[in-house]
Design a protein around this ligand. Structure first.
Ligand SMILES: *[C@@H]1O[C@H](CO)[C@@H](O)[C@H](O)[C@H]1NC(C)=O
Ligand SMILES: *[C@@H]1O[C@H](CO)[C@@H](O)[C@H](O)[C@H]1NC(C)=O
Ligand SMILES: *[C@@H]1O[C@H](CO)[C@@H](O)[C@H](O)[C@H]1NC(C)=O
Ligand SMILES: *[C@@H]1O[C@H](CO)[C@@H](O)[C@H](O)[C@H]1NC(C)=O
Ligand SMILES: *[C@@H]1O[C@H](CO)[C@@H](O)[C@H](O)[C@H]1NC(C)=O
Ligand SMILES: *[C@@H]1O[C@H](CO)[C@@H](O)[C@H](O)[C@H]1NC(C)=O
Ligand SMILES: *[C@@H]1O[C@H](CO)[C@@H](O)[C@H](O)[C@H]1NC(C)=O
Length: 498
């Protein structure tokens, strides 16, 4: 490489590395409708034991916020639905709220986001007109305390505000909320915040009443005859989760908003239900949440926004026996209050398993070749990865592709440096996978097949919350009537290509 080329490569690397330093995270919701919640210190001990890094509280519970101090856990606090009206009508109420519930805990408790209400548009429609004013007043108070760069404000929305969510490319917001949603998006755009979305394939699947294959809801492989394809974009949707997230992106697009990232504030699956709720089982909950974690840590976006990873807060830490509604409503918790997991969570350190928590950093399929080459050069050079194994004649030289060589180098770099902050990014050309890429005599760093000890701690984070708030139980599914023709279209596409 000439020095001029080097100069370019280095510039490219620098700019790429700066653009997306952080991967997607998995956080956790902590609801508080339980008769016997452990003490806040015990809740935090459970979070730490399972290496959660992000937690969402539905309120600003004093004991939880104190217990979360100096833990490194990032906290999303909540304005309860009942508080939104008062805040939206009074800047001084907003300022008091910020001082009391945010200002007085920072920086020891790392509050990074405020969720204003919980599905408030669909649960208390008359609050719509004050939602954005409430957010603006809270933001103004943050600015006054110079906290606005540290703390983002948004408001979790249910899929109910989207009137037709399938096919995703034709999704739009329900026009009932046109002006509210427009102001809402304008606020998010102006303040560099994100769209908070609650995504419940469980409700989608159940209310679909047999229309959707359960595999589609559980992120499992769909049979070749049941692929689900958006007829306009021809994007295949391998999960309902991805389709719902994309529907929200396309709905924003229909109002000409782009570049507002989505964070999924709730997603999960109940593990126990009544006789008429046969899909609320431990097995399905285990499958859903494990696949959800894998999906999120894969660090990609949905088909329509592949470069925007979807950080997600799982719903939820503990069961909430005081919730009203069907039996399933009370049984979303992943842990008993004694800290024991209800079912195995394999991709994370949530169990003490070591093999199961192994992750690898590999080159993305289809990554730009020039960027891959630059990433490979950097990893083997400045990054000090051990690249011996990919030299001619060595075990990992074959297949002789940039994809393979970069994967080996990226992964070696990542395993050597992650404990000191190294990331799996390489200008967006790298991704985390739980699938061991070792093949034949080629053993990737961190593989169980290697003898390296002590490598590889899990990658993700989870977090808690504390009080109230309602999760809508009426999550709307992609409209069934629309889906059927789509499946038919897909059939046509497939049969034509055969
Ligand atoms: C709080 O979280 C932010 C975002 O990850 C991070 O940049 C910051 O260093 C954290 N602050 C503390 C005190 O841990
Ligand atoms: C839009 O929301 C209103 C109010 O909730 C509801 O009555 C209407 O059915 C919704 N429209 C669609 C197309 O979902
Ligand atoms: C809402 O916005 C959409 C898209 O701009 C538009 O087609 C629709 O007429 C609007 N509805 C109302 C009630 O303003
Ligand atoms: C979005 O932008 C397009 C092109 O500028 C314009 O034709 C359309 O009316 C806009 N739609 C809305 C809802 O503002
Ligand atoms: C990551 O997710 C995308 C989109 O769902 C999928 O196409 C891809 O196969 C996934 N990769 C891994 C390694 O899971
Ligand atoms: C925790 O509680 C669950 C449910 O009550 C029980 O099955 C489990 O044995 C308990 N675990 C421990 C370690 O006590
Ligand atoms: C963890 O790794 C050790 C050593 O490789 C092994 O003996 C042990 O069985 C593993 N534990 C689990 C839960 O996989």
């Amino acid at each position: 490489m000439s020095s001029e080329k080097w100069g370019k490569a280095i510039f490219l690397l620098l700019s790429l590395f700066c653009s997306d330093a952080s991967g997607a995270f998995v956080g956790i919701n902590i609801g508080s409708h339980s008769t016997s919640l452990p003490a806040a210190e015990d809740v935090v001990a459970i979070l730490k034991a399972h290496q959660f890094t992000h937690v969402r509280l539905f309120d600003a519970d004093r004991r939880m916020l104190n217990a979360l101090a100096n833990t490194g856990i990032e906290v999303m606090v909540g304005v309860a639905n009942e508080e939104v009206l008062g805040i939206g009508e009074s800047p001084s109420v907003a300022a008091t709220w910020i001082n009391k519930n945010v200002g007085s805990y920072l920086p020891a408790t790392n509050i990074t986001a405020i969720a204003v209400g919980s599905e408030v548009l669909s649960t208390i429609p008359h609050v719509a007109s004050v939602l954005v004013p409430a957010m603006s007043y809270l933001h103004r108070a943050l600015v006054a305390s110079n906290l606005n760069f540290q703390v983002k404000i948004s408001s979790p929305q249910s899929m109910d505000v989207i009137s037709r969510s399938f096919p995703p490319s034709t999704a739009t917001f329900n026009s009932t909320w046109n002006s509210t949603i427009y102001q809402f998006l304008q606020f998010l755009k102006n303040t560099g915040s994100f769209y908070m979305l609650n995504v419940y394939p469980y409700y989608g699947y159940v209310s679909g009443d047999g229309i959707f294959p359960i595999e589609y809801a559980l992120f499992q492989q769909l049979s070749p005859t049941k692929q689900i394809v958006d007829p306009n974009t021809v994007f295949p949707y391998t999960s309902m989760f991805d389709a719902m997230v994309d529907a929200a992106y396309y709905s924003m697009g229909a109002l000409n908003f782009s570049g507002i990232p989505i964070i999924v504030t709730e997603s999960g699956w109940p593990w126990l239900g009544g006789v008429n709720e046969p899909d609320a089982t431990v097995e399905n909950a285990e499958t859903y949440n494990n696949n959800l974690i894998r999906r999120v840590l894969n660090n990609t976006g949905p088909p329509g926004q592949p470069s925007l990873p979807v950080s997600t807060y799982i719903y939820e830490l503990f069961n909430e026996d005081k919730r009203r509604g069907p039996i399933s409503e009370k049984n979303w918790g992943m842990f008993y209050t004694n800290g024991t997991a209800v079912y195995t969570l394999s991709l994370t350190s949530l169990d003490t398993g070591n093999s199961s928590s192994r992750v690898f950093c590999i080159a993305k399929h289809g990554a730009d070749l020039k960027s891959l080459e630059a990433g490979l050069d950097w990893a083997c050079g400045q990054g000090k990865a051990n690249c011996l194994a990919i030299q001619v004649g060595r075990p990992c030289y074959e297949p002789d592709t940039l994809q393979n060589h970069a994967s080996f180098a990226y992964n070696d770099y990542y395993h050597r440096t992650k404990s000191s902050g190294g990331t799996c990014d390489f200008g967006g050309t790298a991704m985390i996978t739980s699938v061991d890429p070792s093949h034949g005599a080629c053993v990737f760093t961190g593989s169980l097949r290697s003898d390296m000890s002590g490598i590889s701690t899990p990658f993700s984070a989870f977090g808690p919350v504390s009080t109230e708030s309602a999760r809508g139980t009426t999550l709307q599914v992609p409209e069934v009537a629309v889906l059927i023709p789509v499946i038919l279209v897909m059939f046509q596409i497939f049969s034509r290509s055969i």
